[in-house]
Structures are given as C-alpha cells and as structure tokens.
Design a protein around this ligand. Structure first.
Ligand SMILES: NC(=O)c1ccc[n+]([C@@H]2O[C@H](COP(=O)([O-])OP(=O)(O)OC[C@H]3O[C@@H](n4cnc5c(N)ncnc54)[C@H](O)[C@@H]3O)[C@@H](O)[C@H]2O)c1
Length: 279
C-alpha cells in the first residue's frame, strides 16, 4: 500500500494494533494514532501499562495483554481488534527488549531477543498478510533499530535480532509491496524510554549494558518517544520504507556500505574510546 496522503488521511477511521504499547515508543504511537483518528488496540506483556495507556486515550482504544511473539496471542489480538473496531489496517510490531551482552549471552538471552525482536514480526506477518492480500491492503510497521543497520556495541543479541528484523521487513516489502501491502522499518538511535535506561543492562553483564547505553547516547541526540512517533506516522503516511528518526543514520549507513572495512575500524575505535575514555 503506497500511502502518500496526510497523516490524518492515512489513519482516520483505521484500525491499528501496537505491540509494546504500554510504554515508551509504543505508548507514544498509540496516543498519536488515536489523535489522528485511528482506533487502537494497545497490546503489551504488562496488562496494567497497556490498560493505562488505553484508558488515557479513551473510547478509541482498548487494551490486551500477552506475549507478542506467541502465535495464539497475536491471533487473539487480531480477533479482538477486528471484533471491536473492524479489520486490522496497521500492525505496529514494536515490542522489543535489549537482551544479553557479548559471547557470555546465554541461550535463553539469545532466544528471548530473537523471539520478540524478530520472530514476533514474522509470526504477525504470517497471520495478517493473507487477509491483507484478500482485502488488497494492509500495512506492517516494524520497530527495528539503527542497531539493525549498523550495530549495537555491547550487545550481540540485540544487534543480530535487529538486523534480522530489518532483513525481514525488506523481504516483506519487496515481496508484497506491489500487492497492496505497505511496510515501514523504523530504525532509531537513542530514544528516552525504559529500554535505554535499564532495559539494555543484562543481569549477567552490567558493564556491557552500560557500554551499550553510553554508545547510544554518544552517537547522537536522545529523542523523546513522542518525537519518534510523529516521525513514524509521517513516514508511514508518505509510504517510506526506511524511517529514520535520527536522519544522520543514513550517512552512517552509507559510510558502512561504501567502505565496510573502514567502517568496522571506525567502530572499533569508537568502542575503545568508550571503554578507555582517558586514552
Ligand atoms: N529506546 C531506544 O533507544 C530504542 C532505539 C531503537 C529501537 N528501539 C526499539 O523500540 C521498541 C520499543 O522500545 P522502547 O524503547 O519504547 O522500550 P520500552 O521498554 O519503553 O517499551 C517496550 C515495551 O515492550 C513490551 N514488551 C517487551 N516484551 C514483550 C513481549 N514479548 N510481548 C509484548 N510486549 C512486550 C514491554 O512490556 C514494554 O512495555 C523496541 O523494539 C526497541 O528495541 C528503542
């Protein structure tokens, strides 16, 4: 779906599901979607935060809880949104976690990151796309990360699971973009949410978590969740695939693509400077 209208034209009267909607970027997306006239299912692992956001929004929102990486939960979210509001027009696969550090990351940490940061997107698309093809429209918005284009210093599971999310969004757009289905992939750097403060610090390696946070904060301005939500909705309204709330990420990505080895050397230097600020 090439969506090129205004933000209000794009969302008014539409039905959206936002996962991870109880906090941070997801909560801001839910609020902004409703402000632009959409009906929103606010979904989160945490029922209390999802219900709070829906209550703040009012009659245009309802809440639901459960693991957004679980097939049965995703199916239930779709059924609930459909029965309350009508067919799902937009699915914001936004829930995500930091998860793990380096080679010390456990299998459980790898699995947790891959489940919600990647497989949740694949499972949701698998359930939604057939109906969207029949209706001739639907829109999938993946909250990936700049870590999915570049890397996340201090966290291999986050880097890998976000690269996989970008890869899946690309594939989805290429495969279904001419069949009425829109796809956007959101790749922010730092956003002022719980994830950036405590969510990046794994229990078994706080030092790597602090490195990850310092790297994100040093790389660019930390945006508010509301600023990111505004950029996302404008990008979706314009039908953009790659939505970059930090526009400088495009140049970083170009630098990586134009000379990969030079970029890797630069990232090593950046990491060394963060690890040894005095040197
Ligand atoms: N904050 C940043 O700097 C930043 C930067 C780039 C990308 N992102 C991405 O933005 C997305 C939103 O994160 P945020 O920064 O708003 O963090 P956040 O921690 O404020 O919000 C994440 C929400 O997802 C929910 N969640 C976690 N696992 C879930 C699951 N399995 N099922 C359902 N809900 C689940 C949490 O309960 C929480 O409410 C994530 O995908 C994150 O990776 C964040």
């Amino acid at each position: 779906m090439e969506s090129t209208g205004t933000v209000d034209d794009t969302f008014a009267g539409r039905t959206a599901i936002v996962t991870g909607g109880g906090s941070g970027i997801g909560a801001a997306l839910a609020h902004r979607l409703a402000e632009h006239g959409a009906q929103v299912l606010v979904a989160d692992l945490d029922p209390a935060t999802a219900a709070k956001v829906a209550a703040e929004i009012g009659p245009a929102a309802i809440s639901a809880s459960g693991d957004a990486a679980d097939d049965a939960v995703i199916a239930q979210l779709i059924t609930t949104a459909e029965s309350s509001f009508g067919p799902v027009d937009f699915y914001f696969a936004n829930a995500g976690i930091g998860g793990g550090a380096g080679l010390d990351s456990t299998d459980a940490q790898w699995s947790a990151a891959l489940e919600i940061n990647t497989l949740a997107h694949i499972r949701a698309a698998r359930l939604l796309v057939p109906g969207w093809l029949e209706r001739g429209r639907g829109y999938f918005v993946s909250t990936a990360s700049a870590a999915g284009l570049l890397t996340q210093l201090g966290s291999a599971p986050y880097s890998v699971s976000k690269h996989a999310a970008v890869g899946f969004a690309e594939w989805l757009s290429i495969t279904y973009g001419d069949k009425g289905i829109g796809v956007s992939c959101v790749c922010p750097m730092g956003v002022d949410t719980a994830l950036l403060h405590e969510g990046m610090i794994p229990e078994n390696n706080a030092e790597a978590g602090r490195l990850a946070i310092t790297a994100v904060k040093s790389a660019g301005v930390v945006l508010s969740a509301e600023e990111v939500a505004d950029t996302v909705l404008a990008g979706v309204a314009a039908g953009e695939f790659l939505i970059l709330p930090h526009p400088e990420v495009l140049q970083m990505y170009r630098n990586k693509g134009s000379d990969y080895d030079r970029w890797i050397r630069g990232m090593r230097r950046f990491q060394a400077a963060l690890e040894n600020p005095a040197s």
